[in-house]
Design a protein around this ligand. Structure first.
Ligand SMILES: Nc1nc2c(c(=O)[nH]1)N[C@H]1C(S)=C(S)[C@@H](COP(=O)(O)O)O[C@H]1N2
Ligand SMILES: [Mo]
Length: 403
């Protein structure tokens, strides 16, 4: 039995290495010519260094991205705390920063290897054909992730005929699968290339070190030029950031306006009531009722998955105080917006956030009543939570009791 398996494997390996017939040599023109890519800057070492840097950036970007997905769509086994307050801000900041830093790294990496597209013969053997297929998928996946991520940061959805979050998430798994296979195949090559000292560089023009330095500087520059979306003191140098954390009504950016959400009239209706329903009943609170409850003030950020974040000073009623009006032992809650359509009209509030004294149904921002675009008359604000879950224009809170 084992002997058969062994023989089968050996045969498969031999087949993978069977030379394929080369195409007629007259087809070998243009970029297919020998020596068509003379740049002495390309080397196994450069490819390896760029590859290692890219693998680190992709790795951090992937892990923080999966984390963000889990926080937004928590499966039953997942648990996410409400503290530290700014943890999600850090992980999502890392996600966007490593994703943007990948742009120049991917550029250098692809530049250093693309002449191999024109290798002769095009397919040496079946193994080479399979490897090319894998690399094609990896390159396509990487480009898709980087481009769709940058488009999302720029809030330019028109070129994406699919739901960004779902596409970006599933292609991430495909890309990382391809990346792991690629690393498995190339690790010995990389180790070899990095162990040996670099060959003497070319005489004139840009040096290898210069090229690497330029790519590194570009990665750093892009990061600094966008991180101001999150780190307010760096905002003035954030030339590339499409959002400034201090521009917007009440000094805070707006993601979706009240007009865009179709809630202008409902939000300003004097008959507005916030309904709170729970295991032991239901109350409908007017703005005056809400203002008569104990008020608290917290400083918490809005951390948009699109890469900006900004801190505000919010005042209002603790969510746990509202939950206490409709039942003793609250487990979790769902908050619903006046907005009638759209993905972000409802959100779930898990136990840690429901019980946290920093979680508010906010009525005020920076001391003044909420601006209509920031969720007037009432919005949720909770610690360590993505912006998409900080639901605006609340209509109803449904509390579930512990069982
Ligand atoms: N009802 C509702 N709430 C919402 C949204 C929305 O589209 N509808 N957008 C969310 C997103 S994506 C973010 S980043 C924050 C932004 O809050 P802000 O506009 O007050 O800065 O609101 C969240 N709350
Ligand atoms: Mo957002």
């Amino acid at each position: 039995m084992l002997r058969h398996l062994d023989r089968g494997l050996r045969r498969a390996r031999a087949w993978l290495r069977t030379p394929l017939p080369a195409p007629p040599a007259t087809l070998r023109r243009g970029p297919l010519r020998a020596g068509a890519f003379p740049s002495p800057l390309r080397s196994a070492r450069l490819t390896s260094l760029a590859g290692v840097a890219l693998a680190v950036a992709f790795g951090i970007c992937f892990l923080t991205g999966v984390l963000s997905h889990l926080v937004q769509h928590p499966p039953g086994w997942f648990w996410w705390p409400s503290r530290p307050v700014g943890l999600y801000r850090v992980t999502q900041g890392l996600h966007v920063a490593t994703g943007l830093a990948s742009v120049p790294l991917l550029g250098v990496k692809l530049w250093s290897v693309y002449p191999r597209l024109f290798a002769w013969p095009p397919l040496r053997d079946p193994a080479a054909a399979i490897e090319r297929l894998g690399i094609t998928a990896l390159v396509a996946g990487s480009l898709f992730q980087v481009v769709s991520g940058v488009l999302n940061v720029a809030r330019w959805y028109a070129p994406m005929p699919f739901f960004f979050t779902a596409g970006h998430y599933w292609v991430a798994w495909l890309t990382v699968g391809g990346l792991l296979a690629h690393i498995g195949v190339k690790l010995p090559v990389v180790r070899d290339a990095l162990r040996h000292p670099p060959a003497p560089g070319p005489a004139g023009g840009i040096s290898r070190r210069g090229l690497l330095g330029a790519a590194g500087a570009a990665a750093g520059l892009i990061t600094v030029a966008t991180v101001g979306q999150t780190v307010a003191p760096l905002a003035p140098v954030s030339l590339l950031a499409p959002r400034r954390p201090t521009i917007g009504p009440q000094g805070l950016p707006v993601n979706r306006t009240a007009a865009g959400a179709g809630v202008r009239d409902m939000a300003r209706d004097p008959a507005y009531r916030l309904v709170v329903a729970g295991p032991s009943g239901r109350v409908a609170l007017s703005l005056a009722d809400l203002a008569a409850l104990p008020q608290h003030t917290v400083r918490l950020p809005i951390t948009c998955v699109e890469g900006w974040s900004a801190t505000g000073t919010w005042s209002g009623v603790r969510l746990r105080d509202l939950a206490a009006l409709v039942g003793a032992d609250p487990a979790d809650a769902e908050v619903e917006s006046l907005q009638e359509r759209g993905r972000y009209r409802v959100s779930a509030v898990a136990g840690p956030h429901l019980r946290d004294p920093l979680t508010l149904v906010a009525l005020r921002l920076g001391g003044a009543p909420l601006h209509l675009d920031h969720g007037y008359p009432a919005r949720l604000i909770a610690p360590n939570r993505p912006g998409v879950l900080q639901t605006k224009w609340l209509r109803r809170i449904t509390v579930r009791g512990a069982r």
